[in-house]
Design a protein around this ligand. Sequence first.
Ligand code: PHE
Length: 349
Amino acid sequence: MTASTLSLDQLIASANADFAASADAPALENAKAKYLGKTGAVTELLKGMAALTPEEKKTRGAEINRVKSAVEAALNARRDALANDALNAKLSAESIDVTLPGRGRGSGGIHPVMKTWQRVEEIFGSIGFDVADGPEIEADWFNFTALNNPPNHPARSMQDTFYVDMNGTDGLPRLLRTHTSPMQVRYARMHAGDVTAKGKPIKVIAPGRTYRVDSDATHSPMFHQVEGLWIAEDISFADLKGVYTDFLRRFFETDELQVRFRPSYFPFTEPSAEIDMKFESGPLKGKWLEISGSGQVHPSVVKNFGLDPEKYIGFAFGSGLERLTMLRYGIGDLRLFYEGDLRFLKQFA
Ligand code: PHE
């Protein structure tokens, strides 16, 4: 029995059954074509009306319309049901666990080397040191010559560096400063007038970035130093020891420090000393680490400050901020500071 030979009620029942058996939207559209399509059963019934008398058309027409409405209603109900099922399936597949804690926002922190920088400024600031800032691209004269390191002097090779393709006013190439010591010269030359006219000492620290051709567990091509300079009529090597040891006690928050001043050589200080400290913790525990160069400023450098070396005397030091940070937290490899690894950095946040 084909759809066209069914009674009207059978036709409705058959459509209902076909729609119910359609498992998804494409199957339902195929089933729909069987009844309401161009050659569908309901359409065929409508076509058959052409041969009827006007009287017959009235009653037959009403019956066929009843069938058509019933089939359409069944189709729409099934469509809605299928759409509902699809939505439910999607919702349960994508279910979110509302009991999970939110991701939140990670809180940032200050980089451990910057923390050291801030502490150094705070401590020296509290004992009357001014804080100065200078250029990282420096003239040869400030970085070397004015510090008793004339061109071709062998001591220059102690600090190999990066040269910039741009000449300074001295005709020599500019370079990435190898230390913060050029700030001794820049600052002192700017304030020499205050020293001679007002008797105001030069008492300054200059923290900042420095550069050298160096890379291993305790050296990085870019690193940080803090320069210190105190020049007046009566500042001695003993003051250096006193001020620096006091700084270290406050920086490390303990008096139990193992510090040594080891005789050394720098062209711009005489006598000179390297300051070493012993690791109290971490992978380098028990090892000594050099944290600073220091010394009494050489008379020819005082002259380059624009001051009379017969009258003015004092000390300078240049300390590594990474080194101080390594000692404070017991860090064995300075490259950790630059890798941006959050597992490392978060410990200081
Ligand atoms: N500038 C020296 C260095 O970087 C350190 C230093 C500074 C030594 C001041 C003496 C006085 O190695």
